[in-house]
Ligand binder design. Sequence first.
Ligand code: HEC
Ligand code: HEC
Length: 355
Amino acid sequence: MLKHASALLLAVGLALTAACSSRPTAPAWEIANPIEPLPPPPLGITASFTDLKEPPTPARVRLGRWLYFDKRLSGDGTLSCASCHDPADGFSLKTAVATGIRGQHGTRKPPSFENEAWTLYPYFFWDGRAASLEDQALGPIANPVEMGNTHAHMVQTLQAIPAYAPYFAQAFGSPAITQDRIVHAIADYERTVMSGNSPYDRWRLKRDQSAVSASVKRGYDLFFGKAGCDQCHLGQNFTDNRFHNVGVGWDPAAKTFKDEGRFGITHQAADHGAFKTPTLRDVVLHPPYMHDGSFATLRQVVEHYNKGGEANPWLDPKVQPLHLTDQDVDDLVALMESLTGDTRTGTKVLTDFPY
Ligand code: HEC
Ligand code: HEC
């Protein structure tokens, strides 16, 4: 009797297993990247997706996440967006400049784009030449020293991957794969990349006095006081999204900038050597610093400001000698170190893609 019962159980078990394996299971790439609700902005980021003219949608963000990590977007299949904007490095990199396809070196550092869904002004890149995240994403794909592709070839490559089409249909209502849709999806994913709930936020917004050290609190007074850093690094993302010459990259012998920055776009004299103010959130995750990665440490950056920047004919008048003590410099560094987010969204890394 017992023997019969166990034989029956075994048979039922086998039948169930067979039934399960004949049901189509989701492919591994889909299990690793399901449609998820939009992440809520973390403490310190008060804006909401509904403030945006066209808020991201969960289906577009999911599609954009694949595209962001998919190396097939580059000319030779070796680089994805994440190769130069690594989630582990605050969506920047721990190198001075980026290395593009075939090992080519760029001249600028990949900046972080955390919390950029809500920028004060529509300027992207160090020189502000792109007006939206959509515009911006087109740049590296076709840049010969970055992803080295053509937009047409990228579109063809993705059109030839049958498994992508259903996800375009979910995201956009029809399976067509177009350039506009590709960059729209990537940009929507980028909009969900946020950093907040840092020790600084918990101290300032939750009044948690033990979240930061006394040094951070002194650094705060300096940053927003005597050192005047908040003349440019302001708002919840610590940037005015504007352009300033703080004297980085000036060659005193040649009396020129190696990189003219904003001037290359506007040809206005005041924009010589001016670059977009970068966010300071998660800044400690991606040394070296500045558009050319010329400062190895945060201490060196503060010492640069302390001496009044590097004199040149177009230096922003907001940059003045600060007369900071060694302790003051340490305190400003401590303040910046307190801006590392304990909540960082969009950091999931994908390694498996629709095929
Ligand atoms: C080879 C390295 C490399 C790759 C690959 C790359 N980027 Fe970049 N990215 C850079 C560099 C360098 C800059 C700054 C360029 C400049 O300012 O002229 C930049 C700038 C940006 C910015 C501007 C951020 C700001 O605050 O202005 C965003 C956003 C961005 N990249 C997103 C992407 C996306 C999306 C992709 C994939 C389609 C991508 N990047 C691929 C190197 C790269
Ligand atoms: C006049 C505007 C202005 C002021 C004032 C200013 N900054 Fe900056 N900051 C910038 C700009 C612009 C850059 C980028 C410059 C470049 O790359 O050439 C920058 C870059 C930085 C960076 C590098 C970030 C990165 O990701 O590479 C740090 C750190 C920084 N500033 C901290 C400070 C501190 C601390 C103060 C106060 C002592 C300060 N800044 C004052 C405009 C300013």
